[in-house]
Design a binder for this molecule. Structure first.
Ligand code: UDX
Length: 436
């Protein structure tokens, strides 16, 4: 089956490469000629483990190609995926659908009959109706279904998530389109991945509801961690104690500096906007967004407290280890490190930082921060070393070496990577999350 993937960003590229790996004939289309030239040369626009290898083996196998030309790219395709960005619209938080609508207009000019147009981009409820309207206006009477097929890929684990999904959600009421989508996902169907057919609006809402729920779970455990610190309990034990209840589940109960990334912050805001538009308030999600925002600043203050408090920060230096919003990605979007660094700089603290993959994107976003060559380079002369993102490379730091080069043996562990007793034994003043 021929599949066209419009938008070669994170979602489009991973999905396109995985579909090709299933044996489909995939063309990835992107407006950006520099991106397409780079992809043709085997250079990935993002850092994602395993992606470069997957792309190159499928290009070699003749199943995956790249183009900037939409009309030739979609010719003969049975399914055309729209996987372009839907960033937060500046000012009101609504998902910006201008890229999606532009693609729909172009599709309207060039699309042939019996094709399923699939929105993979995260779009608010009702967006599929508009895509359908735009295409129908350009080609009245054409047999074309617009389906919703949200993605649930975690950065850093996207290929595994695509190939072994918890579920596949397909939103369309058209039986023939369901048949096409069954063919698209047949290789996973055989692996018994559950495929859930729903209406288009339900599928669109499933994506937002899933991300809002996960963001709520993280925010809940983060507030429990704060309470643990006050009452002298241990959040790791509390997480395990509640997570073993099958109704709650143990995943996404890891307390930290607050969620970030390309999805949760943007999608929670967009859900609030939809709720407002439909006069159906989602007060829990409202609270989650506010709590998460203030948490990032609170993490900056936590670091300041660890180096003696606001009155004693002049000429002090803090080393931030890990800048990306999570490990195994170079993505800096809404990373807590940005707010933490700014809170420290605003208070007059000197900040150095190191990240295994995120330095290039982080540097322009953090003008006041000195970018170091390694974790140890960052720790040189520091009054505290702060683990902001739990990269594997920070799980076994040479603590003796850090003690030797830092001004003070203070470790602030915002991801609870280390054991408090071990750190005490190693001679560190150790501050972590929700552990007394
Ligand atoms: C998320 C969803 O998981 C995915 O299904 C969706 O389609 C896109 O958004 P992603 O943003 O890549 O994926 O990362 P994820 O692993 O979900 O983490 C998101 C944020 O939550 C990160 O900042 C992470 O550090 C934080 N987090 C996650 C926690 O603080 N604690 C946890 O227990 C889990």
């Amino acid at each position: 089956m021929k599949i066209a993937m419009i938008g070669s960003g994170y979602v489009g590229l991973v999905s396109g490469a995985c579909f090709a790996d299933f044996g489909h004939d995939v063309v990835c289309i992107d407006k950006d000629p520099a991106k397409i030239t780079a992809l043709d040369a085997g250079v990935m626009p993002i850092f994602e483990p395993g992606l470069a290898e997957l792309v190159s083996s499928n290009v070699r196998g003749g199943r995956l190609s790249f183009t900037t030309d939409l009309p030739s790219g979609i010719a003969g395709a049975s399914a055309i995926f729209i996987a372009v960005g839907t960033p937060s619209r500046r000012g009101d938080g609504h998902a910006d659908l201008s890229f999606v609508h532009a693609v729909a207009r172009e599709l309207g000019e060039h699309i042939g009959p019996s094709v399923v147009v699939v929105t993979k981009s995260t779009v608010p409820v009702g967006s599929g109706d508009e895509v359908e309207r735009i295409i129908a206006a350009a080609k009245p009477g054409i047999q074309c279904a617009v389906a919703s097929n949200p993605e649930f890929l975690r950065e850093g684990a996207a290929i595994a998530d695509f190939k072994r999904p918890d579920r596949i959600v397909i939103g369309t009421d058209e039986e023939w389109a369901r048949g096409v989508m069954r063919e698209v996902y047949r290789p996973l169907f055989l692996n018994r991945a559950p495929i859930l057919f729903t209406s288009r609006r339900s599928a669109e809402l499933i994506k937002y509801a899933a991300n809002a729920f996960l963001a709520t779970k993280i925010t809940f455990i983060n507030e429990m961690a704060d309470l643990c610190e006050k009452v002298g309990a241990d959040i790791q034990d509390v997480s395990r104690g509640i997570g073993l209840d099958g109704r709650i589940g143990g995943k996404f109960l890891h307390a930290g500096p607050g969620y970030g990334g390309s999805c949760f912050p943007k999608d929670t805001l967009a859900l609030l906007k939809t709720a407002e538009d439909y006069d159906s308030p989602t007060r829990i999600v409202e609270a989650v967004v506010k709590v998460n925002e203030s948490r990032k600043r609170a993490m900056g203050r936590k670091v300041i407290d660890a180096i003696g408090g606001a009155g004693a920060v002049r000429s002090k230096k803090v080393a931030l280890l890990g800048l990306t919003f999570k490990p195994n990605t170079d993505d800096m979007r809404d990373a807590p490190s940005i707010t933490i660094a700014q809170t420290l700089i605003d208070a007059g603290v000197e900040v150095s930082a190191y990240d295994p993959e995120g330095m290039a994107l982080a540097a322009p976003m953090m003008p006041g921060v000195v970018m170091a060559k390694s974790a140890y380079d960052a720790a040189e002369g520091a009054d505290a070393v702060v683990i902001v993102t739990e990269w594997d490379a920070f799980r076994a730091l040479d603590l003796e070496r850090i003690k030797g080069i830092a001004r003070a043996a203070v470790l602030v562990d915002l991801r609870n990577v280390y054991d408090p007793a071990d750190m005490r034994e190693a001679g560190f003043a150790y501050v972590s999350i929700g552990r007394g």
